[in-house]
Every structure is written in C-alpha cells, then in structure tokens.
Design a protein around this ligand. Structure first.
Ligand code: 1GP
Length: 239
C-alpha cells in the first residue's frame, strides 16, 4: 500500500462531489486548494447522477494534489485516482457494506491494489438523518455513546483498517463532537479522519485540538471557499 496516501501529520482534505461540481466552481476550488497546499482531494458523493472519471481527470489536470476516490457506491468505482478508500461501514450492520460490495469491487481494483486503502467508516449522528445513513439503511451511532464509538473504532483497527473515518454526514447540523474525536484518538493508533458538517474555523481548530489527523471539508467550502484557506492556516499552526 502506498503510505503517502495516509495522513502522517495534521491534514486537510477537500471533498468534491461529481454531482455538484460545475466547471467554474471547480476551477476556483482547485486553485484555492493548490495555493494553500491542501493535502488530499477526495472525489465522491452519496448518489450518482454523473460518472466520476471526468471529475478525477479534471482535478489531476489542474493540480498535483493526490486525488482519492471516496466512493458512495459501486457506480463510482474508478482506477483513475491516486488512491481508493475501500470503505467498510463498521458502525452499521448492513452486510453489503461490510463485505458484499467489497467482493464485487475487488476484481475491478485488483491491478491497483497498492493504491487501495482499507478505511473503517463510522457514522456518528450529526443532528439529522444523513443521506449516507438513509442510503446505507443503517443507523448512525449517537454521539454520546462514547463506549460504543470507541469499541467500534478499536474493532476497525483490529480488523486491519488503516484509518478510522468519523462521519457526521455531509451537511450535518452538528459535526463530530471534539470529545468523541479525543476518545477515539486516545484508544487507537491509526489516523483519525473527521468529516461532515464542519463549517467554521473554530470547529476545525477544535477537531485538530481533539486529535483529528485529517479533517474533510465539503459543503462548507462550497458555500464559503475561504474556509479551505482558513483550514490550511490552522493545520499549519500545528506543525
Ligand atoms: C462527507 O465528510 C464529508 O462525507 C464532508 O461533509 O459536506 O458536510 O463538509 P460536508
């Protein structure tokens, strides 16, 4: 596996969704990302109206930031990205998202397996039902159930996941609380990724302070692109 695809210091990732990416906005976001040394660009979304390959190619043609496929479903599989998050929805009990889809995807990804990163993906309730919660037909873990969250993250690490992604859901009312991040970080040794509902510099600061290795920004940057710049400044203050 390519280790450069796993955050080794505090990192910022920009999430771009093929269904939301119009050309002008994409250009602007990528310019801001490149100008501020965003660490990774994730490409993916919950549902698929547009195929993902053109988005990956457009990002790669305009910057050198590693692009990682963050597939919302099997229709978003691609071998064009620098890396692929092989997501196991370990907060849920849907077998298709724990092994079924992986069996279907594995032959397709066989020739790029060194770029495939096993990720333990955990939904934490962000104040409303998220698209991923609905589409996965699973239930997010309540944010005050620290024991369940910690046990799930630990199980993910023990199963060999290279990162644990705490997801409040795109556009969540409330991001993953700092105390949840802190608790998970104290208990596992693989990087902790935090995303969903992060819309302000203070939330970014709190997430990094609590121990997030990487934060993922989607909607917040689409609405206010300067958030990406702020996020990178905050990240730099930790180095
Ligand atoms: C969703 O964690 C990401 O998978 C980003 O969420 O769009 O709310 O930033 P937002």
């Amino acid at each position: 596996m390519n280790r450069n695809l796993i955050p080794s210091a505090r990192s910022v990732a920009l999430l771009l969704d093929p269904d939301k990416a119009d050309e002008a906005r994409l250009d602007r976001m990528i310019k801001i990302a490149a100008g501020n040394n965003v660490d990774f660009i994730l490409a993916g979304g919950s549902i698929t109206f547009n195929i993902i390959d053109p988005l990956i190619s457009a990002i790669k043609a305009s910057c050198n930031i590693p692009v990682i496929l963050f597939p919302g479903n099997l229709l978003q599989l691609s071998t064009k990205a620098d890396g692929v998050y092989f997501l196991s929805l370990i907060s849920g009990r849907n077998p298709e998202l724990l092994i079924g889809n992986h069996v279907l995807a594995a032959p397709f990804l066989k020739n790029i397996k060194e770029r495939v990163i096993p990720v333990g993906y955990m939904l934490i309730n962000g104040g409303k039902k998220s698209s991923v919660e609905y589409l996965s037909q699973t239930e997010a873990i309540p944010p005050d159930k620290h024991d369940i969250i910690t046990a799930t993250a630990l199980a993910g690490e023990m199963l060999g996941m290279k990162m644990i992604y705490l997801e409040a859901g795109s556009g969540a009312d409330l991001p993953v609380p700092p105390e949840v991040i802190r608790e998970v970080k104290m208990n596992i040794s693989v990087p902790v990724v935090v995303g969903g509902g992060i819309t302000s510099p203070s939330q970014i600061m709190e997430a990094f302070r609590a121990g997030a290795d990487m934060i993922v920004l989607g909607n917040g940057c689409e609405k206010e692109p300067s958030l990406l710049e702020e996020a990178c400044k905050i990240r730099n203050s930790f180095s």
